[in-house]
Unconditional design. Structure first.
Length: 143
């Protein structure tokens, strides 16, 4: 852990679509999908409101493969990871940004048996970051 800082996110929600999995030139799997979380609150008139937030998730290597094989649209999942913001220039020269959760622990919560883990908790820094051979440009971004 870095001295005096923490970057940790826990998301429990439902997949908005099936995971999209691609592979780097070296063969490392990378999965991308969105997870919805909901919150309810009373507005100023006392009526209940529900709000949905969408979170972009990125999984690497074995966890990406597990997500591809078992996770489906609507699956309830647990994702633990770190926030990462990336920037790039689009085709029109505009600077674009995206913030995503790079997961290092991924579990399916509503599978047969009541819960299924990816079998891996990728706590090592090597598992939390893209492979070294991945040169990310806007055309190569896997989502």
């Amino acid at each position: 852990m870095s001295k005096g800082t923490v970057n940790k996110v826990i998301i429990i929600g439902r997949l908005g679509s099936d995971p999209e999995v691609r592979f780097t030139p070296s063969g490392a799997a990378v999965a991308n999908f969105n997870v919805a979380t909901n919150r309810s609150y009373k507005d100023k008139d006392g009526n209940w409101q529900e709000e949905t937030d969408w979170h972009r998730i990125v999984l690497w290597r074995r966890q990406a493969e597990v997500a591809k094989e078992y996770a489906r649209k609507g699956s309830r999942v647990y994702v633990e990871g770190r926030l990462q913001t990336r920037s790039w220039e689009d085709q029109n020269g505009q600077k674009r940004y995206t913030t995503e959760v790079v997961g290092f622990d991924f579990q399916l919560l509503d599978s047969q048996g009541g819960g299924m883990s990816s079998g891996m908790s990728d706590d090592s820094p090597a598992e939390m970051t893209p492979p070294a051979d991945m040169d990310v440009s806007p055309d190569d971004v896997p989502f």
